[in-house]
Ligand binder design. Structure first.
Ligand code: ADP
Ligand code: MG
Length: 614
């Protein structure tokens, strides 16, 4: 039998190796832009076509390459960035493996033009499927321009493996953000064909974050970022964390070390722990945290597509990080005055001097009448009748069938919580209701004292109402006289298009006007006085996390956003009749104990508990 082992031709070996580095258009973009950063560029212009399938072009004003280097750059393991294994532990560059360009040239058609500042003429190299087709001197601008065309032209299986344009584009945005957020001193532009998606001037980290995520939500981002900054001999940590109330189901979360994006599940936990008690378990805060350490003390992942990085002093840095975040949150004083989500007895503010009591910081329109925002109003029941009615009712209380709130069981049996209707057995007189800090309604019940969060109660009431209206398509739309324009990031516009139909069902009307923007021509008649743009952005945020789920969830998330924005806020004074009406409508809801997103609406101080305090 003859021997059967032979060496693969270079072109095949390169294609196989390329699979490790280049998986999709976004990987090409990442490698090219990182090279431009390493070349000291201060302006990087990116153009993609067909989600990067037909073209990815990266033009920089960096240091350029000599004629020999321009040709060498495409060889496997050709790099100017490290010389030996020791250099791996003093990395200051993004690249070091010397395989990106070789990989790209193995699976695409590449055109490189490059010129150094000292050279009069530049070099043009054309290479495709590892074969060099052209190498000649040309007139060209200082710096380097790469055009990568028809990715995977020679690997049909890989081409088929690519996902829809939207998915590929969102991968591109992900890579772009990871680089742009940590290189805020570099100006970037990103075009999809002729359409400008991003134009980011050189700035600082904070402005860069706002420019990337802000667009028309800029104020939202400006308001929410708290600065963190700490410096020890082990590490310098700086950046921004979002205020707890801006936490979302999928927050924007970024760690960078020495100018490189990294994933770090262990440090992520430190961040979450610092926020515990301040946000829902299902939510996560936004953060942009930059670490600077001695490169000797980290181990950059040798795998080309992995972003995990090992730290020598992981535990110590964990504590420093955690303290820095707690300090930032503490300075901002974000701890709520009464934590409704805490089980057990509440601390009553006894012995507090009146001078120290600050009024709650609220933002509300005193002319806004929450009871006028809906077409629905149940008649105000007589107080006794309300509770008498309760005694008679005996059907079990359940959560609404389509909404799965975020808590273990809707029936909570601890003493301080209402979970079962027999708890409310009897009420005293009408005059027993009063409003505490214009935020909580307090009323006497036979077994003690009932305290209701007015905002959460109204949110539950409106949510139930909106959801049923959406399901029955009974929604009224109001045409607006002067349409506002909703400007979105390219990424958000993709999501938005997926939910437009549902928004139309609840009374919104939009007209796409190009450039990721939409005229808001009609508005759901339920929307209160709050900003329609903020409301839509909120709906969009929530929809992003439910996009893959059935429409029922989308309807719920839209109803919830509408309810939250239109419900009465803390700080709003209520007459005793309004309080009665609110309680009446709340108890008419199937699940009156919790808001649709699982926040506790009411709590009881039992007679026993109250007596123990005296
Ligand atoms: P690595 O970045 O790991 O060194 P690459 O294959 O990405 O490997 O690039 C090979 C070499 O080509 C780099 O080391 C660098 O010297 C050169 N190079 C690549 N892109 C540029 C650029 N935009 N400007 C200047 N030099 C570049
Ligand atoms: Mg590189």
């Amino acid at each position: 039998m003859s021997d059967i082992i032979h060496l693969l031709p270079d072109s095949v070996a390169n294609q196989i190796a390329a699979g490790e580095v280049i998986q999709r258009p976004a990987s090409v973009l990442k490698e090219l832009v990182e090279n431009s950063i390493d070349a000291g560029a201060t302006f990087i212009q990116i153009v993609i076509k067909d989600a990067g399938r037909t073209l990815i072009q990266v033009v920089d004003n960096g240091k350029g390459m000599s004629e020999t280097d321009a040709r060498m750059a495409f060889e496997r393991h050709a790099t100017s960035k490290i010389k030996n294994a020791d250099d791996l532990f003093s990395l200051r560059t993004m690249g070091f493996r010397g395989e990106a360009l070789a990989s790209i040239a193995a699976v695409a058609q590449v055109e490189l033009r490059t010129r150094r500042s000292d050279d009069e003429l530049g070099i043009l190299v054309e290479i495709a499927g590892t074969r060099v087709f052209k190498q000649e001197t040309v007139q060209c601008d200082l710096g380097t321009s790469f055009q990568v065309k028809n990715l995977f032209f020679n690997v049909p299986a890989r081409r088929r493996f690519l996902k829809s344009d939207n998915v590929e584009k969102s991968h591109i945005f992900t890579e772009f953000y990871r680089i742009a957020l940590v290189n805020s001193n570099v100006a970037f532009s990103l075009y999809d064909g002729d359409e400008e998606l991003f134009q980011l001037p050189a700035s600082n980290n904070k402005i860069r974050i706002e420019n990337i995520f802000g667009k028309n939500a800029k104020k939202r981002w400006q308001q929410q970022l708290l600065t963190i900054e700490t410096s020890t001999n082990l590490v310098r940590i700086y950046g921004y964390v979002g205020k707890p109330e801006y936490a979302q189901k999928s927050g924007s979360q970024y760690f960078f070390v020495n100018g490189r994006y990294m994933r770090h599940p262990y440090f992520h936990k430190a961040v979450l722990l610092a926020y515990s008690q301040m946000i829902q378990a299902s939510e996560s805060p936004n953060y942009f945290i930059y670490f600077e350490v001695d490169p000797q003390t980290i181990d950059v992942n040798i795998h080309p597509t992995k972003t995990e990085i090992k730290f020598e002093n992981e535990q110590a840095i964990w504590s420093i990080l955690s303290a820095a975040i707690k300090e930032a949150l503490g300075k901002f004083n974000v701890v709520p005055s009464i934590d409704f989500d805490q089980e057990g007895a509440l601390e009553m503010p006894t012995g507090m001097s009146v001078e120290n009591v600050r009024p709650p910081q609220t933002n509300f329109n005193p002319n806004y009448n929450p009871f006028g925002t809906t077409n629905y109003k149940r008649p105000i029941l007589n107080w006794e009748e309300l509770y008498g009615d309760f005694e008679k009712k005996d059907e079990p209380i359940e959560s609404s069938p389509t909404w799965e709130p975020n808590f273990d069981s809707p029936i909570i049996t601890t003493d301080s919580t209402i979970g079962q209707q027999q708890v409310i057995e009897h009420t005293e007189s009408h005059a027993d209701n009063f409003q505490y800090k214009n935020r909580y309604i307090i009323t006497g019940i036979k077994s003690g004292m009932l305290m209701i969060d007015q905002h959460r109660a109204h949110t539950r009431i409106l949510f139930d109402l909106f959801l049923s209206q959406i399901k029955n398509s009974h929604v009224l739309s109001q045409q607006v006289l002067f349409p506002e324009v909703l400007e979105l990031s390219p990424e958000d516009a993709l999501f938005f298009e997926q939910i437009i139909q549902d928004l139309q069902k609840v009374g919104f009307e939009f007209e796409p006007i190009g450039n990721n923007s939409f005229n808001i021509k009609g508005v759901s008649s339920y929307v209160g006085t709050s900003s329609v743009i903020d409301l839509l952005l909120d709906i969009l945020d929530k929809a992003k996390t439910t996009a893959a789920e059935p429409t029922a969830n989308l309807h719920e998330s839209i109803s919830l956003s509408l309810a939250e924005s239109s419900s009465l806020k803390a700080g709003q004074h209520l007459t005793s009749e309004e309080m009665c009406d609110l309680i009446d409508r709340l108890f008419a809801c199937a699940n009156h104990n919790f808001t649709p997103d699982g926040k506790k609406i009411m709590t009881i101080f039992t007679q026993d508990e109250l007596e123990k305090r005296f």
